[in-house]
Design a protein around this ligand. Structure first.
Ligand code: SAM
Length: 484
């Protein structure tokens, strides 16, 4: 079996031999400063007539940087990551929350508390009334964008149930609130089901690979449909075939050697680009956390915060146009650090239990159905304020996919730097909605000053004028959902 990024067979595009050769090449060249310098130069954003252009890096080049331990090189990697982040994403950070629908699961994933053999976790599946109550609670926090999560169970959570929940979520309009983008993180499924999800109006389809190492994958997923490595690994190709062109990749760091995982992850991105002409919309970087029945120390490939930050920075260099997502699995301190290095989306005010939002105060969290411990337990309001105080613009924007800017259309706007003309004013308008409808007095004060200042940075006079008028309308009326 040869390495072939264009193949549709998992073991040809995630080729174990190619990964091993890549790691050997990276090890041999980790002190080859001439090569490293060339790779860093290639990664740096180049100024063009329209803005910036970024080459990105191959999995081999990225692996050499990951192997290199020279402190000044690591510093430079981080500096370039910051440059790329500023060039393409500016200081905006998109906010979202997970919504757990059901923890019934027939799989045996050994790191996940929802595994079938866990008899002491309470099993729960939301009714449509409960979905409505959760959505109202999330809207009352100020959320506009959700990622729905569910275990895999064809009896309790069939695709019809997921579709019904999506429908319910989009139908709830409480006060000035609505959920405008539902991303979906459910188990690998068929082309037909992906088509149904597409028709239901989902945003990104997210599926974490967990590990790219086949042998380890088989051991960590000993039973259930998820045991099928090829079916899981080829899921994004089926999603694309079903018409979903925004897909989100991820590795669960801690399960396998991180160097292997980074090479596999980037090969997966190269494969999507080679076959479908569009790379992943997002990459998530979760780490294994403590959970009911799960002790993360059992997995001996845990990575330090330092390595974690280096991985985030290298992903930023390798796939400059792909969003990077970091969840509340990580602490405030680490989130502060990696936000600068290229993260573009964070969750806030998250609950990882089924039915964890409705009926609970912001400092109260149910644990009985929880998927994992949340490190960052702050409310959305606190997260929004913290982002602004750290120089970021919290954004609740969902415009792109609603205006058909998905897949390669999104990527081409992003690559030519034009996306900033939409994203920056959209971020300010959606932040203004948040400040008007949900923010605490302090957050509102910090936010209003920020919006005022940032409006002046909009280059086009006409766009600046419209954004200002829309923000005035938000302040003075119930008109909402303006977008470019
Ligand atoms: N059931 C779906 C599947 O199998 O892909 C996706 C939903 S699952 C709720 C979302 C993700 O949570 C998994 O893909 C896994 O990476 C992550 N996860 C599971 N157990 C975890 C743990 N103990 N700590 C951190 N993340 C975990």
């Amino acid at each position: 079996m040869n390495y072939n990024p264009k193949s549709l067979k998992a073991e040809e595009f995630i080729h174990d031999g190619e990964i091993k050769q890549t790691l050997a090449y990276a090890e041999e060249n980790k002190n080859n400063m001439e090569l490293i310098r060339r790779i860093l130069d290639k990664a740096r954003p180049q100024k063009t007539e329209n803005g910036y252009h970024c080459e990105g890096l191959t999995h081999r080049e990225a692996s050499v940087l990951l192997a290199c331990e020279d402190a000044s090189v690591v510093e430079e990697i981080c500096a370039i990551a910051e440059e790329i982040k500023q060039a393409f994403y500016g200081n905006r950070i998109v906010l979202f929350a997970p919504l757990y629908l059901s923890n019934y699961c027939v799989n045996g994933c050994v790191y996940c508390p929802y595994h079938l053999k866990n008899k002491h976790i309470a099993r729960k599946k939301l009714t449509q009334d409960e979905v409505r109550a959760e959505v109202i609670a999330l809207q009352d926090q100020g959320h506009k964008r959700l990622a729905i999560e569910a275990g895999e169970d064809p009896v309790h959570n069939p695709i019809e149930y997921i579709l019904e929940c999506i429908n319910t979520i989009y139908s709830v309009h409480h006060k000035n609130g609505d959920i405008r983008r539902v991303n979906v993180n459910i188990a690998a499924t068929t082309v037909e089901n992906y088509r149904k999800l597409k028709d239901a109006g989902i945003g990104t389809y997210i599926l974490f690979q967990e590990t790219y190492h086949k042998e380890t994958y088989l051991q960590l997923h000993p039973t259930g449909p998820k045991h099928d490595y090829a079916y899981h690994t080829e899921a994004m190709d089926r999603a694309m075939e079903g018409g979903i062109d925004d897909v989100g990749l991820g590795v669960l760091f801690g399960l396998e050697l991180y160097k292997y995982e980074l090479a596999g992850l980037l090969m997966h991105a190269e494969h999507l680009e080679a076959v479908h002409g569009v790379g992943p919309h997002t990459i998530s970087v979760p780490r294994v956390k403590k959970a009911d029945d799960i002790d993360p120390d059992v997995f001996d490939n845990g990575i330090s915060d330092e390595i974690f930050a280096k991985i985030v920075a290298i992903i930023r260099l390798a796939v400059p146009y792909t969003g990077i997502i970091i969840s509340t699995r990580e602490s405030e301190e680490l989130r502060t650090k990696v936000l600068r290095l290229g993260v573009s989306q964070v969750s806030g005010g998250s609950r990882t239990s089924v039915g964890g939002y409705a009926g609970y105060d912001s400092d109260e969290r149910p644990h009985d159905t929880e998927q994992f411990d949340v490190s960052d337990q702050r409310s959305l309001d606190e997260v929004v304020c913290w982002l602004m105080e750290n120089g970021h613009i919290p954004s609740f924007c969902t415009a792109c996919y609603r205006l058909g800017r998905t897949g390669d259309r999104f990527m081409s706007l992003c690559k030519t730097g034009q996306i900033i003309n939409c994203c920056h004013p959209n971020a300010l308008m959606t932040l203004s909605e948040y400040l008007q409808d949900y923010a605490s007095a302090r957050t509102k004060q910090v936010g209003l000053e920020l919006v005022e200042k940032e409006l002046e940075r909009i280059e086009k006079d006409s766009v600046r004028q419209i954004a200002k008028e829309n923000i005035e309308a938000i302040k003075r009326s119930d008109r909402r959902d303006f977008r470019f």
